[in-house]
Design a protein. Structure first.
Lengths: 452, 538
């Protein structure tokens, strides 16, 4: 078998060396009743590369990929153009098949890349420090809530109505077990995010306010006043960014006073991947760094005085503190963090600004084109590359009808908020730099047809 | 020491170049590489601006005037950025060189045997990378209408089917993003099940040899953790466990094979005892590689087990992630499994999410993560599983166990194996630092092994053995590779036992010597700062 190099002669010699008559003898500690005497029945035997390729390629063809259809889906995962060299570089064996850098002398590649990644994320988010990544934005979000609880020693977290409903759902699941009290509300199809109502609700029992920026409907709200309000009440402001490209065009949450900024990095370098693997970003103030979960790469020197990098502040982590750890996390999203970092490096400051401009320009043009359709209204006052349309009827069947014509025309709010009548006519449309004039025209026609 | 724009240290004295005798500080193919922020700048970029004009007609020539154009009207709501982000950019040639040079400072499975116990550093087949990148798998959005992603749901369902059959369990939750996340999933299901029974229990029992994620997870879920000792044969002390069971014990978390590389022969009896006392059994499946295709954990009575796809099923470790940690469940825990999951209804695959859960999955403990799980790892794992098949997977565990026993017996004369006399090991061999002289430690041996061209084995884990060294060669190593590794480890072990003080300086040949971890923790420097920022910070 192509991945198993031992030959029969090798096995015979090795069995002699270990004093066993057969491989089965090495399993002597397994009770007879639990030992399978032969391979598991009902499962196919090994297959050649060609056979596996044939089977999986056929399976993949049953899906409609974003690259072959006009594509307008967002809501926490975005399609952007990833430069060709990113995927080549992350497939270098020294990156792909290396391990967590616990032996730093022979892992400086990973460690330096993580240090650069941390710097990029901190700067993008407008914060002092960032960690070496989390699993994804949703788990980064609930970890941030936990961190706010530890810092403020309060148990009530107020979640903005504009927070991604999956992120809310995850926080709700975890709160059942951590005892956090969550204040949750549904969004309205109104032009502004719910910043004003959040201001009113902050009190002396609040550990944090969690706000998404831009929010689930694409609306952009100024966080400065909310940050001040939180701080005067002794609470933390947590900002969640599900589309990092937005920060090429709009102010960073950190500069507006957010204490913890988390989000999804998938847009940059990682690709859609049907929901995973993704990369969670996590940044905060210097003074909170010891409360931050996840791995951290730090600068130091070696025995010859040369600069080098190591994983640091590990006393927060599970392998040292065990039940007293800040979190149970072991892995980060290593290779995805590297992909993010390489793409960010290729973009640089100028490329990131231009990329963001291109996204916004296209989105504005698309919004203008689509709102010319009868009965289609734009909900948002403000948006970056994602906005919500109010259709004259339920959006979910419209999305399905468009999909049947091979147009992937956005995410219906009915899919994200099933059963909520007030949101059922909402359609969230994302427009990135990959969208062409033809795509916008195709969406317009498909939408018009579906609404007819 | 300052850097010029090309990243070369400026001359002369006190620089690293003085050590190597080269102007650059390089040593032939061992190339120093500055930080991105030292070589990149705000203007340089490796992408083209033509892409970023107005949305082009498909197939049209790029716009003649590249660069920023006046926007059709901004809708940013007055929130436009008014200061730089602070990013540094490189052109494509520079970027490729930067990351290629960094990559060469890493050890990797592709370079040599990677003996990390409990990590299962087996070869990562490139077929899996190819399959994961098929557009039909890689370029689909998690919220597309399910009619447009039937192939993706089919893949998840097929992988789930394999995992259930290989483990002999009842169902599987595919959404956890890593092993520790899977442990969390398993414990949340256990807690939900006990709550549904109206039976609030506060304690979870964890062997003292357990991986740190076990007690960390248990504590997070709100349990008090109590330790079960190991017996002299390196297994869980069954009598101690039995005597501690009671109405306050919610669950037991057992790793099997355990972290000493040994199978727990009392596992079935443990499960029976725990169930009889009203508790549930969580199995840490990190070591599944030792028994895949030969033992089904379900036959041992467990209730939940996470599987590390990045271990047993060879999805790449990627320098620390991403992982994937599906959790198989017994019939008792199945109703509490998290959302979402894939189900076949008629001849269609559906995704059971919050809205459809109410109908027949009302007891699910809820959603653990946005979207559906690590699809990119599922496609890789399924390609791996289909390649091996039922016969190949059985061979995997057989060869993994044979390789570990070979390493154990070849080194037993020079390294102390605390459980070496109690029978064969499973897929990993455990040694201690007994017999090391001159104040030398496991750490010193490990650093010496680096100079021999190997990543060290797992050190100081499990905690139950002094100076523990856990070696897991995996099944993808040839006998020749094992012999070479054994020779290298023997050589360094002999130096340790002879008290060879030069080991304290090791590694001497690696890109870096031993690094000052104390300094890194005392004065953490976690981001790059330019000279002005660094000064302002002080």
């Amino acid at each position: 078998m192509r991945y198993l190099p031992l030959a029969e002669a090798d096995r015979a010699e090795m069995l002699r060396a270990v004093g066993a008559a057969s491989v089965e003898e090495l399993f002597v500690d397994v009770p007879g009743a639990a030992r399978l005497s032969a391979k598991i029945a009902g499962l196919p035997d090994h297959a050649s590369e060609m056979a596996v390729e044939r089977e999986l390629t056929a399976m993949s063809r049953k899906n409609l990929p974003a690259s072959v259809a006009p594509f307008f889906l967002g809501c926490g995962a975005y399609k952007h153009h990833i430069p060709a060299s990113v995927d080549h570089l992350i497939q270098r064996g020294e990156f792909l098949t290396s391990y967590t850098p616990y032996q730093p002398e022979i892992a400086q590649g990973t460690l330096q890349a993580l240090f650069e990644f941390q710097t990029q994320v901190a700067r993008l988010y407008g914060c002092d420090v960032a960690n070496a990544s989390m699993y994804d934005g949703s788990t980064a979000c609930w970890e941030a809530i936990g961190m706010a609880r530890r810092i403020t020693r309060r148990g009530k977290a107020i979640l903005s109505a504009g927070l991604h409903p999956h992120y809310v759902s995850v926080a709700r699941t975890m709160a059942r077990f951590t005892g956090d009290q969550l204040v949750i509300s549904l969004p309205d199809l109104t032009s502004e995010p719910d910043t004003a109502s959040l201001l009113d609700r902050v009190d002396s029992e609040t550990s944090c306010v969690v706000v998404q920026y831009p929010d689930i409907l694409g609306r952009i709200g100024d966080l400065s006043e909310l940050a001040e309000r939180c701080h005067s009440a002794g609470a933390l402001l947590i900002a969640v960014v599900t589309e990092p490209v937005a920060l090429g065009a709009i102010r960073s949450p950190g500069e507006m006073g957010a204490d913890i900024v988390v989000g999804e990095g998938q847009s940059i370098g990682v690709g859609l991947n049907f929901g995973g693997p993704y990369v969670g970003l996590f940044a905060t103030r210097d003074k909170y760094v010891r409360q931050m979960p996840g791995r951290l790469a730090g600068e130091t020197v070696d025995a010859e005085g040369k600069r080098g990098f190591v994983l640091t502040l590990s006393t927060r982590e599970q392998h040292i503190r065990r039940e007293k750890a800040t979190s149970n996390i072991c892995t980060n999203s290593g290779l995805c963090a590297l992909a993010f970092s390489i793409h960010m490096t290729l973009l640089g400051e100028r490329g990131m600004r231009l990329l963001a401009q291109a996204n916004h320009r296209r989105a504005v043009e698309a919004a203008e084109a689509l709102t010319r359709l009868p009965g289609v209204e734009l909900v948002n006052e403000s948006f970056f590359n994602e906005f919500t349309l109010r259709l004259p009827r339920e959006a979910r069947p419209v999305v399905r009808a468009m999909a049947e014509k091979d147009v992937l025309g956005g995410v219906s709010l009915g899919r994200l908020y099933p059963g909520e009548a007030s949101l059922a006519n909402g359609l969230v449309v994302a427009v990135t730099e990959i969208v062409t004039e033809d795509d916008i025209a195709a969406l317009g026609s498909a939408l018009e047809e579906a609404l007819a | 020491m300052s850097m010029n724009r090309e990243g070369r240290p400026t001359r002369p004295e006190g620089s690293a170049a003085a050590e190597t005798g080269t102007w650059t500080g390089n040593r032939a193919l061992m190339l120093e590489e500055p930080l991105l922020f030292e070589i990149g700048d705000a203007e340089t970029t490796g992408v083209d601006f033509e892409d970023y004009g107005s949305p082009a007609k498909a197939g049209a020539q790029p716009a003649a005037d590249s660069g920023p154009r006046p926007s059709p009207g901004s809708r940013l709501g007055g929130m436009a950025r008014n200061r730089p982000i602070g990013l540094a950019g490189l052109s494509e040639p520079q970027a490729v060189r930067h990351y290629t040079r960094l990559s060469r400072q890493n050890y990797a499975i592709d370079l040599g045997l990677f003996p990390l116990g409990s990590c299962t550093m087996k070869h990562n087949p490139r077929l899996c990378e190819k399959m994961a990148r098929l557009p039909g798998f890689a370029d689909i959005h998690p919220l597309q209408p399910i009619d447009t992603v039937q192939g993706a749901l089919e893949l998840i369902a097929e992988l789930a089917g394999w995992l259930v059959k290989l483990t002999g369990m009842h169902s599987v939750a595919m959404s956890p993003k890593a092993g520790a996340h899977g442990e969390l999933c398993g414990l949340l299901a256990i807690r939900a099940a006990l709550e549904a029974r109206g039976d609030a229990r506060e304690v979870i029992l964890v062997p003292e040899s357990a991986h740190g994620t076990n007690p960390a997870t248990a504590a997070f879920v709100g349990y008090r953790v109590e330790s079960i000792p190991a017996d002299p044969r390196g297994r869980v002390d069954f009598e101690a466990l039995k005597s501690r069971l009671g109405p306050d014990v919610a669950a037991v978390m057992i790793t099997n094979p355990n972290t000493c590389g040994l199978f727990e022969p009392d596992m079935t009896a443990i499960s029976e005892a725990v169930h009889a006392a009203g508790g549930l059994v969580y199995c840490d499946g990190a070591n599944f590689n030792a028994i895949v295709g030969r033992v089904r954990p379900g036959d041992l009575g467990i209730d939940a087990m996470h599987i590390n796809l990045h271990k047993t099923f060879s999805t790449p470790h990627g320098g620390g992630g991403p992982g994937s940690g599906p959790v198989v469940f017994s019939e008792a825990l199945t109703p509490f499994a998290p959302l979402p999951f894939v189900e076949k209804q008629g001849d269609q695959y559906v995704l059971v999410e919050e809205e459809t859960a109410g109908e027949h999955h009302g007891q699910s403990f809820g959603r653990m993560v946005a979207f559906h799980g690590q699809m990119g790892m599922f496609s890789r794992a399924l390609a791996y599983i289909l390649s091996h098949g039922a016969d190949g997977l059985r061979q995997v565990s057989g060869d993994a166990v044979l390789n570990a026993n070979y390493v154990l017996r070849q080194l037993q004369d020079v390294l102390d194996a605390p459980f070496g006399d109690s029978g064969p090991c499973m897929h990993e061999a455990l040694f201690s630092d007994k017999g090391f002289a001159g104040g030398l430690t496991t750490l010193d041996l490990a650093k010496g092994l680096i100079d021999e061209g190997y990543h060290p084995m797992t050190m100081y884990f499990p905690l139950v053995v002094h100076g523990a060294m856990l070696v897991e060669p995996t099944e993808t190593e040839s006998k020749a590779a094992l012999d070479e590794f054994v020779g290298a480890l023997r050589s360094v072990a002999e130096r340790a036992k002879a008290g060879d003080q030069s080991l304290k300086d090791a590694p001497v040949h690696a890109p870096r010597r031993r690094l000052d971890e104390t300094m890194a923790a005392r004065k953490p420097v976690l981001v790059w700062k330019d000279a002005d920022e660094a000064q302002a910070a002080e």
